[in-house]
Design a binder for this molecule. Structure first.
Ligand code: SF4
Length: 483
């Protein structure tokens, strides 16, 4: 599989144009396909067959360059958790194994065609590169252009699905209508059954959001900032209520859809891969504790599949934001929050356990689980031959899989430290927090400072080297690794 990030969109588009892919696609398109929904009359009202031949390809290339680059700041995409097979005559499929995505080193999903419908925006969010007041090239896809690009990329195995977001142009309803039309074309005309993640636009008519959810696999509504106060300060056109309302609608729609599917096998599916959100980290002063508490509330109340964190990239010299000159995107903080998020979702931790008023932010030197363990040494050591699953999950170095293996393996006989290694336990971490048949690892001395020093030393190689750097979608290929 060719990773999307390894090919520059410009190169992709040029190759596709050279291969006259529009001709082959046009053969599938109905007559009169020039009558598309136009997000902006000046930019995309006249896209048709002749213009493609006569130079509109360059225009499309420009659009792709602008709109794929503009989408790189949105982290809220993943395709896990959905299983749907291809149908005869259709294209694409999704896999429950979640293998239709890869992530760049900074956690961004890259095998979906990740693009904006338009970067023209009527709003002026201070932290956003697409804000109304920013002077930058603007573009908009027509729904047909977007559908054709997606299919062309898919056929060449560059992508496995689509992540479609948009700035708000002409109002939330009009923006959503454009996205709906693009997805309708993909699903109904091109028979595309691959994964689609679409961004729901706050403030759009609930009927439009519903229609979008019937076409997409996953919906997301970006919460943007971790507090209402920050939202009011940096996004004067947005309201907390307008963001939470579609989240609640999507939650209810998913629940109803699952109920109907239980009764009728062919009932239409609404956002079957659930919903997610994204929040920006480091642009505003909220602590990790505040962010994690909000995350937990979102999981509990709105049943989100994922909360994505996006380290703030300085794209504005607004006095409301950190000064760009000395500001480094808090990528390590973002990483720690992802680790803590993992603990909430799979390790049965609660936000208030991980951080409190005395320690409102994570220690950047060690991962949040080690940090918690060092502050709760009275909980340890855990006897590995007797501890229940939940207790084992709290031991640094023991993951979900190794905890399950321990439960299975100890039915046969008592476990030893060497046996734990073969079960996948990371003993370098776990050794300080475990006993086997009542004994610590031979020769090991435990004092809090020494354990902290050792755990920090274990993490140092991963954190050493050059300063964390935000990858550019258009950086040279040799700099663009994927995990
Ligand atoms: S609504 Fe705000 S965050 Fe979204 S594209 Fe427009 S300016 Fe950016």
């Amino acid at each position: 599989m060719i990773s999307f990030l390894r090919l520059r969109p410009q190169e992709l588009c040029e190759a596709l144009l050279r291969g006259r892919f529009f001709d082959s696609l046009s053969a599938r398109s109905p007559e009169g396909s020039g009558a598309f929904f136009a997000l902006d009359q000046n930019i995309c009202s006249s896209y048709n067959g002749e213009k493609r031949e006569g130079g509109s390809g360059v225009e499309l290339l420009d659009k792709l360059t602008i709109l794929a680059d503009a989408a790189k700041y949105d982290a809220a995409c993943t395709s896990s958790g959905l299983d749907r097979s291809a149908r005869p005559g259709g294209l694409g499929s999704t896999l429950a194994a979640g293998c239709c995505h890869t992530f760049s080193a900074d956690g961004r999903c890259v095998t979906l065609l990740k693009v904006l419908m338009t970067n023209r925006c009527m709003y002026d969010c201070a932290y956003c590169v697409n804000r109304r007041s920013n002077d930058l090239p603007r573009a908009a896809f027509t729904p047909r252009e977007l559908a054709e690009l997606t299919i062309a990329f898919y056929r060449r195995n560059y992508i496995e699905g689509l992540f479609l977001s948009s700035a708000v142009w002409g109002g939330p309803d009009r923006t959503t209508e454009g996205m709906i039309e693009a997805l309708r074309l993909l699903r109904e005309e091109y028979g595309f059954y691959g994964y689609i993640h679409a961004k729901a636009i706050p403030g759009a008519d609930p009927l439009l959001t519903r229609r979008l959810g019937m076409l997409a696999d996953r919906l997301s509504v970006n919460i943007e900032l971790p507090s209402e106060e920050s939202l009011n300060r940096l996004c004067p056109d947005k309201e907390k209520g307008a963001i939470l309302a579609p989240m609640a609608q999507i939650r209810d729609g998913i629940r109803e859809s699952r109920g109907e599917l239980a009764k009728y096998r062919h009932a239409p599916r609404f956002a079957p891969a659930g919903q997610s959100t994204q929040m920006i980290i480091g642009a505003t002063p909220e602590s990790d504790r505040h962010i994690l508490t909000l995350t937990q509330a979102l999981y509990d109340k709105y049943k989100l599949k994922r909360v994505f964190y996006s380290a703030y990239m300085p794209v504005s010299d607004s006095a409301l934001l950190p000064a760009p000159r000395d500001f480094k995107p808090p990528l390590l903080r973002e990483h720690r929050l992802y680790q803590a998020d993992w603990l909430l979702r799979f390790y049965h931790f609660r936000a208030e356990e991980l951080l409190d008023d005395g320690a409102p932010n994570f220690d950047p030197r060690v991962d949040p689980k080690c940090s918690w363990a060092l502050r709760h040494l009275d909980f340890f050591p855990v006897e590995v031959n007797r501890a229940d699953y939940e207790t084992l999950l709290r031991v640094p170095g023991i993951g979900v899989r190794s905890a399950r293996r321990i439960l299975t393996a100890r039915r046969v006989g008592p476990l030893t430290f060497s046996g734990l290694k073969t079960l996948g336990v990371v003993l370098k971490r776990a050794q300080y927090f475990l006993t086997c048949s009542g004994k610590m690892l031979e020769g090991l001395r435990v004092n809090p400072d020494g354990v902290l020093r050792h755990l920090v030393a274990l993490e140092r190689p991963a954190l050493a080297g050059q300063e964390p750097e935000q990858l550019s979608l258009f950086a040279p290929a040799e700099r663009e690794g994927t995990a």
